[in-house]
Structure formats: structure tokens, C-alpha cells
Write a protein of this length. Sequence first.
Length: 251
Amino acid sequence: MTGLTLSHITVRRGPCPVVDDLSLALGPGECVGLIGPNGAGKTTLLRAALGLLPHAGTSSLARLAPARRARIAAWLPQMREIAWPVSVATLVALGRTPHLAAGGPSDADRQAVAAALDRMELSGFAPRIATRLSGGEQARVLIARALAQEAPILLADEPIAGLDPAHQISTMALFADLAREGRLVVTALHDLGLAARYCTRLVMLDRGRLVADGAPKDVLTEANLAHVFGVRAYQADTPDGPVFQPVEVVR
Ligand SMILES: Nc1ncnc2c1ncn2[C@@H]1O[C@H](COP(=O)(O)OP(=O)(O)OP(=O)(O)O)[C@@H](O)[C@H]1O
């Protein structure tokens, strides 16, 4: 399995660095939550790591040839637009594109698509036209497409935004399972409660800089929450795991 190494990544927008000299080594088996307020640089960092944005510094993914990169990393962007009125099964099968042989889809491709639909509880949706689904259903279809890619690395930008509570929990539990299977999952998140519960590691950004990196309880400290997010939170360890709820703006 494969990890992701970022060394001194800097991305400038005009004169300002929006990601500023950021280095990280992320390994297989980790479910990493990328957290930070709006504009902190989460999307920019993920896109630079994938080689989708010009940057200074090096990313172990960005330096790969595109065909190899597509087999190593699946990418779930923040904007989830489905342009074509194709079936859900056809759309999810696009995730197999990096693996397709000359003769068309193999049994392995078909199995990967079926498994991805099943994991996102979409098996009954396979013949439906993707553009006619609700926003949350479309989001789940796009997660399924990324899963069908069966890449060792999954980078996801706010994948659970717009999902109902049950699907938010099941998607985060699925990401944690993928990590336990040995993949690397890196996901930008605004739900700090789910981040605390399901991520093995949190990376906190503020104005393009890395301000904290470690186990959720070591990153979601009262001082970091006040300083970076401007909030105070209720936190408790319960038999159901950590509970975390922002309760007050403190800036
Ligand atoms: N195309 C662009 N041109 C100029 N500035 C940009 C551009 N794209 C992003 N930025 C700026 O870069 C900074 C980081 O943006 P980014 O989208 O990475 O933040 P984010 O942490 O993902 O935020 P959010 O939680 O709101 O999605 C922001 O200040 C944003 O205004």
C-alpha cells in the first residue's frame, strides 16, 4: 500500500501564499481529517497534492505520470456536478477508467462497481438516471465512483456535506474501514464531531499553515479551537466514543 509525502508545499494566489511551506508524511492505514476554517487552504492543499495546481515543493503523488496517478489516487472534489443524464451504474463504472483493458470491462471491473454501489447503499439505484437523483443521493453516487477506482489513496473534499445524519455516519465509518483495510484516506471536513470520532489523525490548517497534527484529542484542544476556529466546544468521552459539539463563538 501507498502513502503520501508532501515536502514544503507552497501555493500562491497573487502575492499571498494560501498554502505556506507545508510538509506532511501520511501513511497507509490512516484516516486523516483535514480541518480548518473557511479559506484555511484545505482544498488548495488537496489539489496541489494531486498535481492539479501549480505549487512549489514536492508531492509524491503529483510527480507520478497521470496514468499511474489515476491508479494510485481517487479524488472526490468539493463541487459535485453530474453533467450527463447517464445511469448510476454507468457513472460509477467511470471510476474503473484507469483500470480498463482494451477488451472493455472485465469481471473485476464489474465486481468493483457492484461492491462500490453496495458500500454506498446504492444497489437499488443502479438503473436510475444520475441527474434525476437528490443532491445527497448524487453525492453518494460520486463517492461510489471514487470507491470503484479501488485506489490505495482516497482524497476527498468535504464528502459528507449535504448527506443526512445516517449517511454522514456510515460514510465516515466506511472511510475508517478503508483505512483499516490498509488504504490512506485524507478528507477535508467541517464536522469536527465526526472528525473526532472516525479519523485516526487530524491535520489542522489556519491561513495556509499547519498549526496542529496528531490524534484528534491532541489537536482539538480548547486553545486550538479558540485560536483557529473561534469557538468553544463541549467534549466528553462516552461509552459510544468521543462526543464533540461546538457550543459558542469566542472571538
Ligand atoms: N482561484 C483563486 N484565486 C484567488 N484566490 C483563491 C482562489 N482559490 C482559492 N483562493 C483563496 O485561497 C484561500 C484558500 O482557499 P481554499 O479553497 O483552499 O480554502 P478551504 O480551506 O478549502 O475553504 P472552505 O472550507 O471554505 O472550502 C482562500 O482565501 C481563497 O479565497
